[in-house]
Write a protein that binds this ligand. Sequence first.
Ligand SMILES: *[C@@H]1O[C@H](CO)[C@@H](O)[C@H](O)[C@H]1NC(C)=O
Ligand SMILES: *[C@@H]1O[C@H](CO)[C@@H](O)[C@H](O)[C@H]1NC(C)=O
Ligand SMILES: *[C@@H]1O[C@H](CO)[C@@H](O)[C@H](O)[C@H]1NC(C)=O
Ligand SMILES: *[C@@H]1O[C@H](CO)[C@@H](O)[C@H](O)[C@H]1NC(C)=O
Length: 119
Amino acid sequence: MKAIACGLVIFLSVSVALIYGESRQWGRRVSGDRQLDYAVVVNNSLPVPEKSSIYRYLSAPGAFRPPNITAIYARDNIPAGKGGYAAIVSGGINQANVTLKFTSQPYQRFNFTVEIYGK
Ligand SMILES: *[C@@H]1O[C@H](CO)[C@@H](O)[C@H](O)[C@H]1NC(C)=O
Ligand SMILES: *[C@@H]1O[C@H](CO)[C@@H](O)[C@H](O)[C@H]1NC(C)=O
Ligand SMILES: *[C@@H]1O[C@H](CO)[C@@H](O)[C@H](O)[C@H]1NC(C)=O
Ligand SMILES: *[C@@H]1O[C@H](CO)[C@@H](O)[C@H](O)[C@H]1NC(C)=O
């Protein structure tokens, strides 16, 4: 009985972590890739119930063979489910650019560190 209750608690916490604030990763580092961009995306506009921000990585205009993205990390800097949610809107892994959208939980702020790698 105790074990079942314990398992249920773990199951519920995992579900909450999946629904709410979390760090996300797409793709993975490969040998020879390098950091293409690093950014901290924050939205602290307190009176707005649902905050959002768009982050864009574009390769340099006119670049010949721009690097293809290998890995994208969006690290939630706000602990324990108070942060936001990150999603790819366009571009992404194996492409030359990516647009991410960050959305907060109601009346919460968010703070994400974004890292883009490519080769
Ligand atoms: C914060 O979110 C609100 C609502 O989506 C938006 O109007 C505002 O421009 C955002 N602020 C920043 C700094 O992204
Ligand atoms: C990026 O991927 C495309 C399609 O797979 C490929 O044609 C291109 O050469 C790649 N660019 C680099 C810099 O590797
Ligand atoms: C966002 O989080 C980073 C890492 O914890 C911290 O250094 C930075 O001050 C935070 N920025 C804001 C505006 O809260
Ligand atoms: C994004 O990259 C793709 C190739 O991966 C390219 O076809 C497209 O034009 C790029 N978009 C922008 C806005 O640079």
